[in-house]
Design a protein around this ligand. Structure first.
Ligand code: F6P
Length: 548
C-alpha cells in the first residue's frame, strides 16, 4: 500500500492530469448558456446530502469533467489520505501529528487510537463535562462571586479559538436566550475588549479564555485585562467563579490562575481552525444548549461519513475541492468568493478565510520542494444581497474569473416570508445572470443606443456552486463546515502540500515581540541599527508620542 504521506501531486506529471488538461482545452471555450441545457446534466451535477441540496451544474464543466477530476484525486492518493486521517496516522508531517477533527464528532463507543490511546473516549469525557457546566451556567445554578447567575459570556481567543465559535453563535443567534449576552474579544487592539466590557457587570460576567497553546500574546493580553477588570471589582477570589479555560496546555492555564477544574481540554491533533467541535465550542454550547451542540456534531458527522463512503464523483466536499483545483490550475483563477444569502452567516466567509487560507496558503510540497503550480486562492465574501451593491459589478463584468459559492436557505429563521422570497429571488437571479450573461443582440433588442451596447453586455460564463439548505439549524451548519474542511483536505492532497501546519504566521509573531519594547519612549535601542529605514522612521515617530 502506498505511504499516505508520500508527496505525489499528479499535477503536470500524471496521465490523469494530461487527460484533464486535454479535456479543459475542449470545455473552456464552451459557454454555460449551451452547457446548461445539455440533457442529463442536472442529474449528473446535483447532489443531495441531508438538509443540503448542491447544484454544481453552473460550472464550466461537464459530467466528464467530474469523472476526470475524480481520477486525478485517485491518482493523488486522496483515498489513502482520507483513510490515514480517520485512522489517526500523523498526516501533519511537519509537526508529526495526527489530524483528527473527525474524532471530535465520532459517536460514543467508536474507537480511534493515537499512540495506543482511544481518543474518542477522551472526547466524550470532555463533552460530558462541557454539558454539565453548560447546564449549570444556563440554568443559573452556577453563581458568580456575589451569588448572582451569569448574564454575559465573553469568549477571549483569536484565530481558530475565536472565528469558529463567533461564526456559529452568530449563525444560530435565533436559538440563543435573549437574556444572555454573548461576546467575542479577539484583537489585541484595546478598543476590542474596552468596548466589549463597556456595559457589563463583573458580578454576572463569565470569561472563557480559549487558546490551544495558551501562549498566544493577543489572547493572554486580553485575558489579563479581563482579569484585572474583574479583580478590581470583586477581588482575587472571584476568578474561580468567573474564568474558564479551553486549552491543551494545563500548565499555562494554571500559571494564569485558572484551576484545572475550570479547564476543558483538547489535544494537539485538533488544529486551531478545525477546533469548533472541540472544547473550543463551549461558548457555542452555552449559547444553543448541549442538545443543539449535539445536533451540530451530528451534522459534521453526516459529512464525515459521506466523505468516507461516497465515490469521488458523487462526493460533495471532494468535488468542491476538485472544482477549485480546476479553476485555479487550469483557468488561472486566483480568488474564490463565498456569498451566503443568509444574514446569520455573515461571519462564514471570515471563518473560511482562516480554514482555507491558513491551510492551503503554502508554496512547498510535503517533501519541502517548491511547488510548480498555484495552490490556495484568496477566499473572500459578504452576505447577499449586500455584496450585490458593492463588488458584484466585478463578478459580472470584471476581467478576472472568480468562481463563487452561493449559499441559501429554503426556510428562514424569521416570519418575514416576503423578505425571504426577495432574498432567494436575488440569489437565483445572480447565479443565472452570472452563467448566462447578456448578449449584445439582447441589449440591442431593448433599444439601447449603440454607444452603450458594450457597456451593457455581460459575457456570462461565470461559474457558481449553489448550496441550498433546507434551513439554517445546528445540524445543517455542522454539515456546511465539514464540507469546507474536507474540501480543504482534498485540495491539499492534489496540490501535494500540508494543510495542517501554519509556519507562515510565526514570523510576524516573532517580529512583533522584538519591536514591542522598542516602542517605549525610554528605549535605548537605535531603530536605524535594528530596522530598515522605513520601519526605523515609523518606530521613532511612534516613540516620540506623548500619552496622557
Ligand atoms: O494564527 C496562528 C494560530 O496558531 C492559529 O492557527 C490559531 O487558530 C491561532 O493562532 C490561535 O492559537 P491559540 O488557540 O493557540 O491561541
Amino acid at each position: 500500500m502506498p505511504d499516505a504521506t508520500e508527496p505525489r501531486s499528479p499535477i503536470g506529471t500524471s496521465p490523469e492530469w494530461e487527460a484533464l488538461r486535454a479535456h479543459h482545452a475542449e470545455v473552456a471555450p464552451r459557454h454555460l448558456r449551451d452547457l446548461l441545457v445539455e440533457p442529463g446534466r442536472l442529474e449528473a451535477m446535483t447532489l443531495d446530502l441531508p438538509g443540503i441540496h448542491a447544484d454544481l451544474s453552473k460550472h464550466r464543466a461537464t459530467p466528464d469533467t467530474l469523472r476526470l477530476l475524480a481520477e486525478v484525486a485517485e491518482r493523488a492518493g486522496l483515498r489513502e489520505r482520507i483513510d490515514a486521517m480517520f485512522r489517526g496516522d500523523a498526516i501533519n508531517t511537519t509537526e508529526g501529528r495526527s489530524v483528527l477533527h473527525v474524532a471530535l464528532r465520532a459517536p460514543r463507543g467508536e474507537v480511534i487510537r493515537v499512540d495506543g490511546r482511544d481518543v474518542v473516549a477522551d472526547v466524550h469525557e470532555v463533552l460530558d463535562r462541557m454539558r454539565d457546566a453548560a447546564r449549570r451556567i444556563r440554568d443559573g445554578e452556577w453563581r458568580g462571586a456575589t451569588g448572582q447567575p451569569i448574564r454575559a459570556i465573553v469568549n477571549i481567543g483569536i484565530g481558530g479559538s475565536d472565528l469558529g465559535p463567533a461564526m456559529v453563535v452568530e449563525a444560530l443567534r435565533t436559538r440563543t436566550d435573549p437574556d444572555r449576552i454573548h461576546r467575542f474579544v479577539s484583537n489585541v487592539d484595546g478598543a476590542d475588549i474596552d468596548w466589549a466590557l463597556r456595559d457589563l457587570d463583573p458580578a454576572t460576567t463569565l470569561f472563557i479564555v480559549a487558546s490551544k497553546t495558551f501562549t498566544t500574546v493577543e489572547t493572554l493580553t486580553n485575558a489579563r485585562t479581563a482579569r484585572r477588570w474583574l479583580v478590581d471589582a470583586l477581588g482575587e477570589d472571584a476568578v474561580a467563579r468567573h474564568f474558564l479555560a479551553l486549552s491543551t496546555n494545563e500548565a499555562e492555564v494554571v500559571e494564569f490562575g485558572i484551576e484545572p477544574a475550570n479547564m476543558f481540554g483538547f489535544w494537539d491533533w485538533v488544529g486551531g481552525r478545525y477546533s469548533v467541535g472541540s472544547a473550543i465550542g463551549l461558548s457555542v454550547m452555552l449559547a444553543i444548549g448541549p442538545d443543539g451542540f449535539d445536533e451540530l456534531l451530528a451534522g459534521f458527522r453526516a459529512v464525515d461519513e459521506h466523505l468516507r463512503d461516497a465515490p469521488f464523483e458523487r462526493n460533495l466536499p471532494v468535488l468542491m475541492g476538485l472544482l477549485g483545483v480546476w479553476y485555479v490550475n487550469l483557468f488561472g483563477a486566483s480568488s474564490h468568493a463565498v456569498l451566503p444569502y443568509a444574514q446569520e452567516l455573515s461571519r462564514f466567509p471570515a471563518y473560511l478565510q482562516q480554514l482555507e487560507m491558513e491551510s492551503n496558503g503554502k508554496s512547498v510540497t510535503l517533501d519541502g520542494q517548491r511547488v510548480g503550480w498555484s495552490t490556495g486562492p484568496v477566499v473572500w465574501g459578504e452576505p447577499g444581497t449586500n455584496g450585490q451593491h458593492a463588488f458584484f459589478q466585478l463578478l459580472h463584468q470584471g476581467t478576472v474569473l472568480v468562481p463563487a459559492d452561493f449559499i441559501g436557505v429554503v426556510e428562514p429563521n424569521h416570519p418575514l416570508g416576503h423578505h425571504h422570497d426577495l432574498l432567494v429571488a436575488n440569489l437565483l437571479a445572480q447565479t443565472e445572470a452570472l452563467a448566462a450573461g447578456r448578449t449584445a443582440a439582447a441589449v440591442r433588442a431593448e433599444g439601447v443606443p449603440e454607444a452603450l451596447v458594450p457597456h451593457k453586455v455581460f459575457e456570462g460564463n461565470r461559474p457558481t456552486t449553489t448550496l441550498l439548505c433546507d434551513r439554517l439549524d445546528p445540524r445543517t451548519l455542522g454539515s456546511l463546515i465539514a464540507l469546507y474542511e474536507h474540501k480543504v483536505l482534498t485540495q491539499s492532497v492534489v496540490w501535494g502540500i500540508n494543510a495542517f501546519d501554519q509556519w507562515g504566521v510565526e514570523l510576524g509573531k516573532a517580529l512583533a515581540t522584538r519591536i514591542g519594547p522598542e516602542l517605549d519612549p525610554a528605549s535605548t535601542v537605535d531603530p536605524d541599527a535594528a530596522h530598515d529605514p522605513s520601519t526605523a522612521a515609523l518606530v521613532r515617530r511612534y516613540r516620540s508620542r506623548t500619552r496622557p
